[in-house]
Design a protein around this ligand. Structure first.
Ligand code: FES
Length: 495
């Protein structure tokens, strides 16, 4: 076990683990020392000189990101000498920095703005024209570069060399003409490129998807879990419903990684971050009977009718398609309805073919659903085996299946045109999900389910971590969480 070291910072008694720097220990304890270049996951090149502190018993100021905590150290970060040095470093960073805060997407979460208000507030000594460099340079599908705003903290180049290991970025030129840029002939398109907008402290690298969409002070922040794969990265969902911003018709503004040392560290992949840009498109908001006589129904009427229809014929001919996108709460109500009450025995819950993706050493997992493990704890995948998509198609084709209940899956997408014909043969097709997809119009009953940001629940990731996510948005229209739909139907199916 690492030794604990006690030291004092601005009169507070802090403890550090052996080998920790003063800045690191301070951050962990919630005490803020100004800094730009240090990042917990990217190291401390010591080039921004913002983190200077006074150390009792020494004559020179020292950078706290390279100062190892030692027993009994007495450190002060807010004395006039330390503040003067921090403000001077800030002034140097701002010498050539354009004053384009009103049109900068970093505004509201910019390290330069924040520290200027905290420790700057000096009159500018800059009289000449500022040096100019490249503006709005798209580096890849997700990241835009503004070279004038860069303060050469090198977090971005360290990210591409140490974390993504893709080496697309470098520092070019010398002195006053030094710039960050992409290596000639390369594009910044590694699967983790979105993290560069997070690590850049000043708005030199911004997110192309988020640019000019909404000011950050209009965003609400909710703790959530990415449902893009079985890693289940801890994330923040940033939503904006108080201010209309309809350029893209979105309520979900962006997803950002939330630090979790056991699951994703500081990062998330681009597929997770940008995979939900169309969160509100193709959504279902009405409870519908489409066949034989089309009508909008109340939930009570729909649950009654569907429950009766599910019991009309033998349980052997009823098949249920679900997926590891269900939360633990959904899985529990799902099992209670289909296994315990309706005694169904044909289940398909393995991922659709396009839900099996690329895996790597950093975060991405092959199975592109978040909660197969949650199903396993209830026996789905252990005692209850999943059919294959081909097997289900064959059984429908052979007339062995008369009824199909589909939860947030899209058989037509998997089977193509042949799937449309198969679904049309069924006596009963119930389609439940947040989106209509290609199969929604073929159903006898179409039930709108809340999307993951519109409900709260839990997933279990591939490592066995149980992770809770909170509700960030109201469900669209009449949509309800899946577990609530199953539970309501079960009441009617029991009688
Ligand atoms: Fe210490 Fe940059 S954080 S020099």
């Amino acid at each position: 076990m690492a030794k604990t070291i006690k030291f004092s910072l601005d009169g507070r008694h802090l403890s550090a683990l052996e080998g920790e720097t003063v800045l690191e220990a301070a951050e962990r304890s919630g005490v803020r020392i100004p800094h730009y270049c240090w990042h917990k996951a990217l190291g401390n090149p010591g080039n921004c000189r913002m983190c200077v502190v006074e150390v009792e018993g020494t004559t020179k100021l020292q950078v706290s990101c390279r100062l190892l905590a030692r027993e009994g150290l007495v450190i002060r970060s807010v004395t006039s000498a330390a503040r003067r040095a921090q403000a001077s470093a800030l002034e140097l960073h701002l010498l050539d920095h354009p004053l384009d805060c009103p049109v900068c997407d970093q505004s509201g979460e910019c390290g330069l703005q924040d520290y200027y208000m905290d420790i700057g507030r000096y009159p500018s000594a800059m009289r000449e024209d500022k040096a100019h460099a490249g503006k709005s340079i798209p580096l890849g599908p997700h990241i835009m570069l503004d070279q004038e705003r860069c303060i050469m903290c090198t977090r971005c180049t360290r990210f591409t060399s140490q974390v993504s290991k893709s080496h697309e970025l470098g520092i070019f030129g010398r002195g006053h003409s030094q710039v960050v840029d992409v290596v000639p002939g390369r594009t910044l398109d590694n699967p983790y490129s979105g993290n560069l907008a997070d690590v850049c402290p000043v708005g030199a690298l911004t997110d192309r998807d988020f640019r000019f969409q909404v000011r950050v002070w209009y965003l609400d922040e909710t703790e959530s879990v990415c449902p893009g794969c079985s890693r289940g990265c801890a994330i923040f969902a940033h939503t904006s419903t108080r201010r209309p911003w309809h350029n893209k018709g979105r309520r979900l503004a962006r997803l950002k990684p939330r630090y979790d040392s056991d699951v994703n560290g500081h990062w998330m992949c681009d597929a997770g971050r940008y995979g939900f840009a169309d969160f509100d498109s193709d959504r279902l908001g009405k409870v519908m009977r489409l066949k034989p006589a089309a009508a909008e129904l109340s939930w009570e009427a729909a649950q009654r009718e569907v429950a009766a229809a599910l019991r009309r014929k033998s349980a052997e001919g009823l098949a249920v398609v679900a997926s590891g996108a269900l939360s633990n709460e959904d899985w529990k109500a799902f099992k209670s309805l289909f296994v315990d009450t309706l005694k169904a025995s044909r289940f398909l819950f393995s991922p659709e073919p396009d839900q099996v993706g690329v895996e790597d050493e950093l975060l991405r997992r092959r199975e592109k659903v978040p909660n197969l493990e949650g199903g396993k704890t209830l026996g789905f995948g252990t005692q209850i085996q999943s059919m294959s998509w081909d097997g289900l198609a064959k059984d429908i084709g052979a007339g062995k299946v008369w009824g199909l209940y589909v939860v947030d899956r899209d058989p037509v997408k998997v089977w193509g045109e042949k799937g449309r014909k198969l679904l049309e043969r069924l006596d009963l097709l119930v389609y439940q999900g947040p989106c209509k997809g290609l199969s929604g119009d073929l159903a006898h009953y179409r039930l709108p389910a809340a999307a993951w940001l519109e409900e709260e629940g839990h997933f279990i990731n591939f490592q066995g971590h149980v992770q809770g996510y909170r509700q960030a948005l109201k469900p669209l229209g009449a949509a309800k969480p899946d577990w609530e739909i199953f539970a309501g139907m079960e009441k009617d199916a029991r009688v």
